[in-house]
Design a protein around this ligand. Structure first.
Ligand code: AMP
Ligand code: MG
Length: 518
């Protein structure tokens, strides 16, 4: 095995890191070989500079914060150094397919992402991927690039989601450049380094199924089972057990999204992680004023991926995954009954989505309202709250956060939440019923408030906060990216000094259109 050569200007720490990265341990994704990926260097990015750095993600990888000051850091994480790597150690783009907006789209793949390799640290292993590092064989009409705007959004949101306790790909850094990139206007290029245990998507399975490459399909499923779900091997049908893992982790993820008012925006099957991670941050959005039909992606004219649709779409996507895995199911059945049995088995496993999702969401909503357990009638109370919030476009995050101040004894603490509703009478009617329910709780107000503040974040990545950080970054002031990331590291803490980051969006935010181009 030859290793990545040390690069002039790269510190010893980063040279060691890149050597470890390309070493490709057993069961690394790259070991699946050329049926699954193409190796190529990143395209050159001129005069790269650091825009954002996550100390937390660095720590996961065993990197000290000081590495960000290494003159070679931006060269490594722009991909520039990969041009010096030997052919057999080059980064890799993987091939996948998928359903986009409900329609089979055929072959897609990493059109602007390149895997660098995998890092073992502290008993965990992470794959690193550059996003925006140039064209690949799967770029189709795209330029292989990502712009600064969308890269900062992905960087901030993936770290913010993690600190909200929501499974997600992570981000180590954003590297910028003055190199122009053409979108609706001319913007500049950036590269995000994403970090995750695996970047395998539902679409990877769909790809090999649709091409009738059953051996490759099995190799991919075996890779995921071996790395992440070794207990599936003990099941009667390991591949059905794998589907079940995807069903469970996806249901749990959707509970997390719905509970914080997060909209993904592009829930195509190629943007669904086999591990149930939030992946591919594009035109996502956290809701300000609650609208059950909120659509954050302006090209989603039908509202397929609207907030209220997300759980159903996840379920639909799991059917696509099940179809992709179908040829692997049922080896334990006799040939004469096999085809009937595998369909029944797959349907049973898929039905588990609803069994998992609905009670879990109900429990989560009860926790958000401060109830220690779920009681008869709670779901109706929750639904009525959402109706009143929807009718008033009450701020999602502030409504739940301020509910902690409502007292079970009287209306003395109602004002902060009540003021978010234009129709005060409608809120009061609901609040009276809420108080009756609270009076059944054993906990006192103070203890309940502490518990509620652990599940109702004060700080989320509102669009206008990201926009402010982006506008400054376009002027080469990256301090707001850092400040905002620091606030979002502690979303459940009061942080009174950062109250402005928790406030209602300013008037100009309502005219913000998050472009789906990235
Ligand atoms: P998305 O739905 O945004 O995740 O992207 C769908 C497909 O388009 C994926 O295969 C991406 O890799 C690819 N893609 C998106 N933008 C670009 C780009 N600028 N250049 C090349 N490929 C891209
Ligand atoms: Mg994608």
């Amino acid at each position: 095995m030859s290793f990545s050569p040390s690069i002039a200007g790269l510190s010893e720490a980063l040279t060691d890191f890149s050597n470890a990265l390309v070493a490709a341990p057993a069961s690394a994704f790259v070991r699946l070989g050329s049926t699954f990926l193409t190796r190529l260097p990143a395209a050159p990015l001129s005069a790269p500079y650091l825009v954002g750095f996550s100390t937390d993600t660095a720590a996961l990888l065993g990197l000290q914060p000081e590495v960000q000051n290494d003159p070679g850091f931006a060269e490594l994480f722009s991909g520039n150094v990969t041009r010096e790597w030997p052919a057999d150690l080059l980064p890799y783009a993987s091939v996948y397919s998928g359903h986009q907006f409900g329609v089979w789209a055929g072959q897609l793949g990493d059109g602007r992402a390149l895997g660098l390799g995998e890092i073992d640290h502290d008993g965990q292993r992470f794959e690193l991927q550059l996003k925006g590092s140039g064209r690949t064989p799967y770029s189709r009409m795209g330029d292989g690039r990502a712009v600064l705007r969308s890269s900062i959004r992905e960087f901030l949101c993936s770290e913010a989601m993690h600190h909200l306790g929501i499974p997600t790909t992570r981000a180590l850094c954003v590297i910028g450049s003055d190199q122009p990139v053409r979108r609706e206007t001319i913007e500049t290029a950036a590269v995000v380094t994403r970090v995750a245990p695996s970047f395998v998507r539902f679409g990877h399975f769909e790809h090999f199924y649709s091409n009738d490459r059953i051996d490759a399909l099995r190799a991919l499923a075996d890779h995921v089972i071996e790395r992440f779900y070794p207990h599936c091997r003990e099941a009667d049908d390991p591949y059905l057990a794998l589907l079940n893992e995807a069903v469970i982790s996806t249901a749990d993820l959707l509970v997390d999204w719905q509970a914080v008012g997060f909209c993904h925006g592009v829930m195509n099957t190629d943007n669904m992680s086999i591990l149930g991670l939030t992946i591919d941050y594009g035109p996502f959005g956290f809701m300000d004023g609650f609208d059950a039909g909120y659509i954050c992606n302006h090209s989603d004219s039908q509202g397929r991926y609207a907030y209220r649709m997300q759980p159903q779409i996840a379920y639909w996507n799991l059917f696509c995954l099940a179809q992709g895995l179908l040829p692997l199911f049922g080896a334990q059945h006799d040939d004469s009954v096999r085809s009937d049995r595998v369909i029944e088995d797959a349907q049973r496993v898929l039905a588990g989505f609803k069994d998992r999702f609905s009670p879990a969401l109900e429990r989560r909503m009860c926790a958000k309202l401060g109830f220690e357990s779920t009681r008869e009638g709670d779901d109706a109370l929750v639904n009525r709250l959402f109706e009143v919030m929807h009718a008033n476009r009450a701020d999602f995050t502030l409504t739940f956060r301020n509910l902690a101040r409502v007292s079970k004894h009287d209306a003395s603490g109602d004002a902060p939440v009540r003021d978010l509703f234009l129709d005060r009478a409608a809120f009061d009617a609901w609040a009276n019923d809420y108080r009756v329910r609270l009076s059944e709780e054993a906990r006192d107000d103070a203890a309940r408030a502490i518990a509620m503040n652990r599940v109702n974040p004060k700080f989320v990545l509102r669009n206008h906060l990201a926009e402010t950080a982006i506008r400054r970054a376009k002027e080469k002031d990256f301090s707001e990216v850092e400040r905002l990331a620091a606030v979002l590291r502690h979303p459940f803490d009061e942080q009174p000094e950062h109250a402005a980051y928790a406030g209602l969006p300013p008037d100009w935010a309502s005219s913000l259109e998050v472009s789906c181009s990235s």
